[in-house]
Design a protein around this ligand. Structure first.
Ligand code: A2P
Length: 334
């Protein structure tokens, strides 16, 4: 017997990717149901060569029985519908930020903290896209050396803001006078240091997600995280410049060995051959790529890294599907 899986927000940038990845990874699905708003209910989405009709999301349909429901329809949809689905006994893997910091809700990167899924039923949160790739790269270093401080600047693709933002950049690439609706400025030919809303402390919500989600996933609130999140005119793939202060001195040789030996990481770092990861090369793959690994010139305990991953895949849809796969594996091992 295969699984019954639902995707909520199946017509969006991440939702479509979820459907694609469920097919690609051959998740043993017997019945796949897709949900969206009335705007696209009745339209179809392709899955393994057949067209599946998108259903209208209602409270009633969330009470049907599913093995897994993958949500990516925004925070307010998750706030309202995920508890109804969970109450009906369904496992919800939610890509929105709504439930991430709620106590008792697991926040999971399967390579980093799969143990929190063991025996769990209910709502599970997928972390923020920038947090996910940072966690994949940093968790093994935190385990070996302990991380004292992270200074991170992000270079984030527009697909992280949904299909509307992809359309906005593509239209502005054809006509630079095409008006900005998603962003506060034109994104073509620009970079915008503003992702999500500003808080009184000067940080944006996106930046604070990276702080508090890091603490929750690594189960260590002592790590000092200082992010600056920036939107750039790239379609797919987030990049991050990371400066890490470790609790002890690390040899570069050992850092390479640790990262090369970690599931989900590919090290691409050969400056002599101009080898380093870029979003154009990394897009449409599932790994987290690390390059430009170097020691700080002044602090022997500090290193810098450049980390790139596909935000719609590892930063969202792939991570959610890996959560499902991890739970299925845990079930078999029980
Ligand atoms: P729809 O296509 O009907 O608007 P994106 O992040 O790319 O903008 O996609 C958002 C996804 O969430 C889309 O599939 C969208 O469906 C869905 N969505 C947005 N609001 C709702 C809602 N109130 N109920 C159900 N689905 C929603």
């Amino acid at each position: 017997m295969g699984l019954t899986v639902g995707v909520v927000g199946a017509t969006g940038a991440v939702g479509r990717k979820m459907v694609e990845i469920l097919a690609e990874r051959n998740v043993p699905i017997e019945k796949l149901r897709l949900f969206a708003s009335k705007k696209s209910a009745g339209s179809t989405v392709e899955y393994k060569g057949s067209e599946i009709t998108v259903e209208l999301l209602t409270e009633e349909v969330m009470k049907d029985q599913f093995d897994y429901l993958l949500f990516s329809a925004g925070g307010s949809v998750s706030e309202k519908y995920a508890p109804i689905a969970a109450e009906a006994g369904n496992i919800v893997i939610d890509n929105s930020s709504h439930w991430r910091m709620t106590e008792g809700i697991p926040l999971v990167v399967p390579e980093v903290n799969p143990h929190v899924l063991e025996g769990y039923r209910g709502i599970i949160a997928n972390p923020n896209c920038s947090t996910i790739q940072m966690m994949v790269a940093l968790a093994p270093l935190h385990k070996r050396y302990g991380i004292k401080k992270i200074v991170v600047s992000t270079y984030q693709a527009v697909s992280g803001s949904g299909q509307g933002a992809i359309d906005e950049l593509e239209n502005q690439l054809k006509d630079s006078n095409y008006p900005n609706k998603v962003y506060t400025r034109k994104i073509v030919g620009n970079c915008i240091p503003h992702i999500d809303v500003f808080y009184d402390n000067g940080f944006t919500k996106e930046e604070l997600k990276m702080v508090y989600e890091t603490h929750k996933i690594l189960e260590d609130n002592s790590i000092e995280v200082n992010p600056t999140a920036v939107r750039i005119p790239v379609l797919y793939g987030h990049s991050e410049s990371l400066y890490l202060e470790l609790k002890e001195e690390a040899s570069l040789e050992e850092v390479y060995t640790i990262l090369r030996g970690t599931e989900g990481i590919k090290v691409v770092d050969s400056p002599a051959e101009n080898q380093y990861p870029t979003p154009l090369e990394v897009a449409h793959t599932d790994d987290t790529y690390v390059g430009r690994i170097r020691k700080d010139l002044f602090n022997p305990n500090a290193i810098s890294l450049w980390v790139v991953a596909d935000n719609l895949r590892k930063g969202a849809a792939t991570n959610a599907v890996q959560v499902l796969e991890t739970m299925e594996k845990q079930k078999l091992n029980r």
